[in-house]
Write a protein that binds this ligand. Structure first.
Ligand code: BES
Ligand code: MN
Ligand code: ZN
Length: 502
């Protein structure tokens, strides 16, 4: 989809479809009002007849509006003006795009970016309009024999800004929205691919494809033998149960003018399938564990977004890509392994594999890149889903200012995170009688003990951990990857780049 911005009066738009908002109950938004004056009160009559209340997400397609230049008008209900917040705005945009996509129109001019969204400026509304539209139009058909409807009439959406003065801002907002949308699409595609295709090797190939898209990328992939030589006992222990070899993928973005600038490192959990290993998971819904690489997908999607924006910052995505299987050489409960950090771990549950691959990936990234900041992203615990549900990511950090940057980035993009405590009090849950630590603690507070485990490997870093177990995919009828937290991470990095310029 192509997006652009434009200023000008709605009644003067020569377009296949004009998109206008209607508040509850039956009150025209200012652009709709203006259009209606030119259209001899046509819209007012329609509303008086009772065809559209203005409830959020309601739509009504009109043709043959008099004395105007557009072929169609799509009226979209916006609810009550004073209730128009982020969530409502996204809902309105989604409803409009759904309906637009079903019309015969190949392009549209939308005035929904003119709505008053509480506390949000034009750039925000343009960005979100682009992201939500692409999100709605996303289709997964890589593994279908018949590809989804080749007839995809909608090609171009023009978003209205109030005056010519806002055009440059609007154009930048389109670029940012499109970059994030593209990154989310990559994350969703990778997440949705089946685990027999999306293997560690495949993830490495996709990282290579991305690396080839810009000379500012560099790629480095470690093989099993490298991991063994380096002493990544935890990562290797998880990989043992599978015949598919693990890959440690490091995709570097060299965007900063000063090549020696220390990077931000993003570590993404890349378990391409999590059977639980010898601590085998129950059968029902086990297919969902193909999504256990959504942390990896999220950081790769973010790399795609920052490359599209040519961000002047050094960033490295580190992905431990491993399949967790119960093969003949798999780790057993009770095995003790030595991590790259030198700390020993008693594997009491082979299903707590995420923290095992992450701890070695984190230590390696620390040694190799000396990052200013390290953020890991992982579908780490079912307990996080119990604690927070599907809306915010769980956030943990050993550095207050970093936690705030991520919380802010989440609020700015409506890809929100919620902080949970990383208190020492929880650490003794990981005590082991035989090693420096166990890989699991008590069931209660499971998302926190998992974070506490990682905290033992990040003491010298400014570090944050996003548990995306509840947010990375949807279940039920809409089963599929969400592309989160690409918006949050990309915004976090855009803000970092802006701060570095000042
Ligand atoms: N990938 C899972 C976490 C998960 C489970 C995410 C269900 C989303 C839905 C992770 O590897 C895992 O199995 N965690 C265990 C940890 C436990 C053994 C301490 C869990 O959450 O049950
Ligand atoms: Mn597991
Ligand atoms: Zn897992």
């Amino acid at each position: 989809m192509e997006f652009s911005v434009k200023s000008g009066n709605p009644e003067k738009q020569r377009t296949a479809c004009l998109v206008l908002g209607v508040y509850e109950s039956r009150r025209l938004t200012p652009p709709a009002e203006q259009f209606d004056t030119a259209a001899e009160g046509f819209l007012g009559n329609v509303l008086r007849r009772g065809d559209l209340e203005g409830k959020p997400g309601q739509t009504l397609l009109l043709v043959n509006t008099p004395a105007t230049l557009c072929d169609r008008v799509l009226l979209v209900g916006c609810g009550r003006e004073r209730d128009l917040d982020d969530r409502r705005y996204k809902q309105i945009i989604a409803a409009a795009v759904h309906t637009l996509n079903d019309t015969g129109a190949t392009e549209a001019v939308s005035y929904l970016t003119d709505l008053n969204v509480r506390g949000r400026d034009v750039a925000w509304k343009v960005r979100l309009a682009v992201e939500v539209s692409e999100d709605v139009l996303y289709r997964y058909d890589e593994t279908r024999s018949r590809k989804d409807a080749p007839r995809r009439p909608l090609k171009r959406i023009v978003l209205a800004v109030p005056s010519r003065r806002e055009l440059p801002l609007g154009e930048q907002a389109v670029r940012e929205g499109a970059a994030v949308a593209e990154g989310m699409k990559l994350a969703r595609d990778l997440g949705n691919l089946p685990p027999n295709i999306c293997t560690p090797e495949y993830l490495a190939q996709r990282a290579a494809l991305l690396a080839g898209s810009s000379p500012k990328f560099a790629l480095n992939v470690l093989e099993r033998a490298d991991m063994e030589t380096l002493g990544m006992g935890c990562l290797v222990a998880v990989a043992r149960g599978s015949r598919r070899p693990p890959k440690l993928i490091a995709l570097e973005w060299h965007g900063a003018a000063d090549a020696r600038q220390k990077p931000v490192v993003l570590v993404g959990k890349g378990i391409t399938f999590d059977t639980g290993g010898i601590s085998l998971k129950p059968g029902p819904d086990m297919d969902l564990m193909k999504f256990d690489m959504c942390g990896a997908a999220g950081v790769l999607g973010t790399m795609s977004a920052i490359a599209a924006l040519d961000l002047p910052l050094n960033v490295v995505a580190v992905v431990p890509a491993v399949e967790n299987m119960p093969g003949g050489e798999a780790s057993r409960p009770g095995d003790i392994v030595t991590s790259l950090s030198g700390q020993t771990v008693e594997i009491l549950n082979t299903d707590a594999e995420g923290r095992l691959v992450l701890c070695d990936a984190i230590t390696w990234a620390e040694q190799r890149y000396e990052p200013v900041t390290l953020v890991d992203v992982a579908t780490l615990t079912g307990a996080c889903v119990i604690a927070l549900g599907a809306h915010p990511h769980g956030l943990f950090s050993n550095h207050g200012p970093l936690a705030n940057e991520l919380l802010d980035a989440g609020r700015e993009t409506h890809d929100r995170a919620w902080e949970l405590p990383l208190w020492e009090d929880y650490q003794d849950g990981l005590d082991s009688n035989f090693a420096d630590m166990a890989n699991v603690g008590p069931r209660e507070g499971g998302a926190i003990t998992a974070a506490c485990f990682l905290a033992r490997y990040t003491k010298k870093l400014h570090w944050a951990h996003l548990d995306i177990a509840g947010t990375a995919w949807k279940t039920g009828k809409q089963k599929g990857a969400t592309g989160r937290p690409v918006p949050l991470l990309t915004r976090f990095l855009i803000n970092r780049a802006a701060a570095a310029r000042d």
